[in-house]
Ligand binder design. Structure first.
Ligand code: AMP
Ligand code: ZN
Length: 114
């Protein structure tokens, strides 16, 4: 794990996070700067910097993250109304934290992707 990775530090509790779900493989926590009533980040516990760095053999990781997001959406009661899943990659994709994470956004009408 890179010692300067913010999300690894959330996994190890070196910094506090508003954790909403945890299991052996994933951690989910509320985004510190929420863009919607529900704005949760779902991350693999194992450090991987970007989508580009997930090997094809480990593509099931994405299914794990989406499955977790889907269950959280059901828990929050936003599954029927709708939600958005976003995974940003590198600079032009808008990624600012270089530990793969899936945004779960919902609870209001979301508009264009800008
Ligand atoms: P991205 O721009 O896709 O890399 O998203 C990074 C997200 O991490 C942003 O939505 C930030 O608000 C969020 N974030 C940054 N620091 C923290 C933190 N300590 N706890 C929770 N969310 C954070
Ligand atoms: Zn990390």
């Amino acid at each position: 794990m890179p010692s300067d990775c913010l999300f690894c530090k959330l996994v190890t509790r070196e910094i506090p996070g508003d954790i909403v779900y945890e299991d052996e493989d994933v951690l989910a926590f509320n985004d510190i700067s929420p863009q919607a009533p529900t704005h949760i980040l779902i991350i693999p516990k194992q450090h991987v910097a970007t989508v580009n760095d997930v090997p094809e053999e480990q593509a099931s990781l994405f299914g794990t993250l989406v499955g977790c997001a889907k269950r959280l959406a059901i828990q929050r009661g936003i599954d029927a109304s709708g939600y958005r899943l976003i995974m940003n990659c590198n600079g032009e994709g808008g990624q600012t934290v270089f530990h793969v994470h899936l945004h779960l956004l919902g609870g209001r009408q979301l508009t264009g992707l800008g």
